[in-house]
Design a protein around this ligand. Structure first.
Ligand SMILES: [Cu+2]
Length: 115
């Protein structure tokens, strides 16, 4: 009886380890609105979570290149996360109250403010 419990535990541990090792990293890119270097820092900082292996935002193209652990997080929740710090994405819009609190140079919705 005792051995079978130990065997079960051992198998469970091995199974969990193989799941961790088998994490598939998915690469994608999507548009994130923003203007300046501060936006870049804010966007990339919001992506500094264990599930994200790589994140790089391009100021000119507004595209965020990202590599994330597919079975740990979804691209949608990453977009939601960016909207929550004030940056509109393809699927989610930032709350006006959050957006309005961004520094003036970051207010990308104002068409005159692109540099
Ligand atoms: Cu900015």
């Amino acid at each position: 009886m005792k051995t079978s419990i130990i065997t079960t535990i051992a198998f469970t541990v091995l199974f969990s380890l193989s799941l961790i090792a088998g994490d598939t990293v998915k690469e994608t890119e999507f548009k994130v609105s923003g203007n300046c270097g501060m936006c870049k820092t804010r966007i990339e900082k919001a992506m500094k979570i264990p599930e994200v292996k790589f994140a790089k935002w391009d100021k000119k193209s507004k595209m965020l290149k990202i590599a994330y652990t597919e079975n740990a997080i979804t691209a949608d929740s990453l977009q939601k996360r960016l909207a929550s710090v004030g940056h509109d994405t393809e699927k989610f819009k930032a709350e006006t109250s959050v957006y309005e609190n961004l520094p003036g140079c970051c207010l990308y919705r104002d068409g005159d403010n692109t540099h």
